[in-house]
Write a protein that binds this ligand. Structure first.
Ligand SMILES: Cc1cc2nc3c(=O)[nH]c(=O)nc-3n(C[C@H](O)[C@H](O)[C@H](O)COP(=O)(O)OP(=O)(O)OC[C@H]3O[C@@H](n4cnc5c(N)ncnc54)[C@H](O)[C@@H]3O)c2cc1C
Length: 465
């Protein structure tokens, strides 16, 4: 296998076999290019973070496939600006939004099936198209498509170095089965994701606390290609200290726990740190608008851990969790089970209960049922925690992806020192910082990967044609 890889001059090599890389490979192969995909993971784990996804956000002028109503460019752009606080390249963002509309039928033509969105806390039937079978089914459909198109895919093929000389890539070093080979292509698409699985790199930006973070997605996105390109002077975007992190169940595995480890109980809880102290308003807003800030809040606590405490009256109010909660008949007993001081937890819960006042509790909307004289306050859903049994969940920061990436233009071309590299394009998480400076809009990661993956594949194929 290695021999064939090395002896062939490939038209296009795609590094990374997630959504963005596969979209690029499909476009390039359909344009007639001879394509090689180098995927770092073993075959069962192929597809990176893309296999954990559920939907993508799509502009449309009228009902489209499973999407209801209309979702126009300006509304989509406004939604984006709100979450990025203006840290957005408007031209690239608008191009991405406009192009998303033609992506949905393209995805369907290439094997992706959609399903209507489920109701509940994330009702997104107008804005986000859900993949039937989730991201895993999408990734499998694309692998079937590239196979049909004659693309060669190498698994456990980790690219360690991109040889850039005179503004062009001359070759790649790839390690397969412990052996390093040099492969050559006339054009290169980089789609190897962010660097969130590289705990040393995270720690250099976040400090040692980062070693206690959980990584929600693949362990294979370690940023080797990104680091190598930056070391060779590629233009970068984004801030190394920015990442998307949410609070997830602290018992989740170190990597790849995916969406099942999410916990939605915080608005109905009292949340304490390892010292048994509250540290933030648990009822500030509805959970879909707050869950992304809790990753950072927990990251700032001692040992990067927190505990959400509820009583029997709240157990049925949120989506059931993957791991059952710890349970005890007394608050002190619950503290012991969670490994925090029982008496201190009792003191904190007592203080909270005393600060609660009479009023109507409405779990589905902001109800203004706030504590009085408590610091920090709980400004909605503040009901005393008094009905045994008592339940507790451990929370830890779960990193979704990082923002530092390669700067690209509207043709997905990578540059160095402001000059476009001759034959290198990038797509997906590795360049998403070109559009998303901070914050996150649900479903936009897959939109960026699909739009830029397709562009990168088309451009790379046109370059070699
Ligand atoms: C739990 C979770 C849920 C999410 N849900 C959604 C959602 O519903 N909608 C949405 O839009 N976004 C979602 N996201 C974000 C989304 O996953 C990403 O935006 C998107 O998958 C990025 O695609 P990509 O192709 O750039 O990267 P990936 O899909 O991560 O693919 C990168 C690939 O590169 C490979 N690779 C890495 N380094 C190397 C190397 N050196 N050599 C060779 N190969 C390498 C990896 O093995 C991997 O397969 C979610 C993320 C997570 C973690």
């Amino acid at each position: 296998m290695n021999g064939t890889l090395e002896s062939t001059l490939w038209d296009v090599i795609v590094v990374g076999g997630g959504n963005a890389g596969l979209c690029a490979a499909i476009e390039a192969a359909e344009a007639g290019a001879r394509v090689l995909v180098l995927e770092g993971a073993p075959e069962p784990y192929r597809g990176g973070n893309s296999r954990h996804t559920r939907n993508f956000r799509c502009k449309h002028e009228a009902p489209l496939s499973v999407l209801t109503g209309a979702y126009q460019e300006d509304e989509y752009f406004d939604d984006l600006i709100r979450v990025t606080g203006g840290k957005t390249d408007e031209a690239l963002a608008r191009m991405t939004i406009r192009t998303s509309e033609e992506c949905l039928p393209w995805m369907e033509r290439h094997g992706v099936a959609f399903q209507p969105s489920l109701s509940g806390t994330l009702s997104l039937s107008r804005t986000n198209a859900f993949f039937l079978g989730g991201g895993k089914a999408l990734v499998n459909a694309y692998y079937n498509t590239v196979e049909d198109l004659g693309v060669t895919v190498a698994y456990e093929a980790e690219v360690t170095h991109v040889a850039v000389e005179d503004g062009r890539v001359q070759g790649l070093d790839v390690t397969i089965g412990g052996q390093t080979a040099r492969v050559e292509a006339r054009a290169l698409v980089l789609a190897s994701g962010g660097f969130q699985a590289n705990l040393d790199w995270l720690a250099s930006a976040w400090g040692e606390a980062a070693r206690n973070f959980l990584i929600r997605g693949t362990p294979y996105n370690r940023g080797a290609v990104l680091r190598d390109m930056l070391d060779q002077g590629a233009d970068s975007v984004g801030d190394p200290t920015q990442c998307h992190a949410v609070a997830i169940d602290g018992r989740a595995p170190k990597f790849d726990g995916g969406i099942a480890t999410r916990l939605d109980c915080v608005p109905f809880s009292v949340v304490v740190n390892r010292n048994g102290e509250r540290f933030y308003d648990e009822g500030e807003d509805v959970w879909p608008k707050r869950y992304a800030i809790w990753g950072r809040l927990v990251a700032a606590q001692p040992e990067q851990v927190a505990y959400a405490i509820i009583d029997a009256s709240s157990l049925e109010l949120f989506m059931p969790s993957l791991y059952p909660p710890e349970r005890a008949d007394t608050i002190e007993g619950l503290g012991q089970r969670l490994g925090i001081s029982g008496p201190k937890l009792r003191e904190t819960v007592d203080a909270f209960n005393t600060a609660c006042r009479e009023g109507a509790f409405t779990p589905t909307e902001l109800d203004g049922l706030a504590t009085e004289g408590l610091d920090p306050p709980k400004t909605n859903w503040a009901r005393p925690i008094v009905e045994p049994p008592f339940y507790g969940y451990t929370l830890r920061p779960g990193v979704t992806f990082t923002y530092l990436g390669l700067k690209v233009d509207e043709t997905a071309r990578v540059s160095a020192g402001g000059a476009r590299l001759g034959n290198v394009w990038a797509a997906g998480e590795i360049m998403a910082g070109s559009i998303l400076g901070q914050g996150y809009l649900a479903g936009f990661g897959m939109t960026i990967g699909t739009v830029f993956g397709r562009i990168a594949g088309q451009e790379a194929a046109a370059h070699v044609a």
